[in-house]
Design a protein around this ligand. Structure first.
Ligand code: HEM
Length: 145
């Protein structure tokens, strides 16, 4: 019984790829999305200093972009390049507030509205970021208080 209900990983992967194809999402779009979002975030008076302090020099920025592209590619396309742990990376950032998360999501929305080929693709990424952001906040503001 459970065997018929349980999808194999191949079936799950095929469903993720079909969803991405239907939404018009591919690696090039994920890459542009990350580049565009960080161009906004680095200029932002609230978020910019947090990133510059945590990441710093150009080589580290390149590594960060690669990591974020791998992360979002995993979310949208089911690829398995990302092997990091996002929660601890945010737990150790000093001084994060709910306002940082609100601004992060607002800037991400601007990127999505500009770059995504259709509203469903924009909502796909926004919903996931919003959920992840809520989980980060639940953890950060419980453990760091
Ligand atoms: C709301 C949704 C958010 C998502 C989906 C997200 C996603 C990620 C991911 C996947 C990483 C890579 C973690 C790793 O493997 O090292 C990361 C790193 C980072 N994020 Fe976020 N993030 C979010 C919110 C924020 C906010 C609000 C800030 C505040 C400015 C922030 C600042 C950073 C910084 C500075 C790093 C680099 C940490 C390090 O390398 O030490 N993030 N983020």
């Amino acid at each position: 019984m459970t065997d018929t209900l349980r999808r194999t990983s191949e079936e799950r992967q095929a469903a993720i790829e079909a969803n991405a194809a239907a939404l018009g999402i591919d690696e090039a779009l994920v890459s542009d999305m990350v580049d565009d979002f960080y161009a906004r975030a680095r200029k932002d008076p609230l978020l910019g200093p947090v990133f510059e302090t945590a990441i710093g020099d150009a080589a580290e920025w390149d590594a960060h972009f690669d990591k974020l592209k791998a992360f979002w590619s995993g979310v949208a396309l089911g690829t398995r390049r990302y092997s990091g742990r996002p929660m601890p990376a945010h737990l150790r950032l000093p001084g994060l507030t709910h306002a940082h998360f609100e601004r992060w999501l607002a800037l991400f929305r601007e990127t999505l509205d500009e770059l995504m080929p259709n509203p469903a693709a924009a909502d796909f990424f926004h919903d996931r970021a919003s959920l992840i952001g809520r989980n980060f906040q639940a953890m950060i503001f419980t453990l760091n208080q």
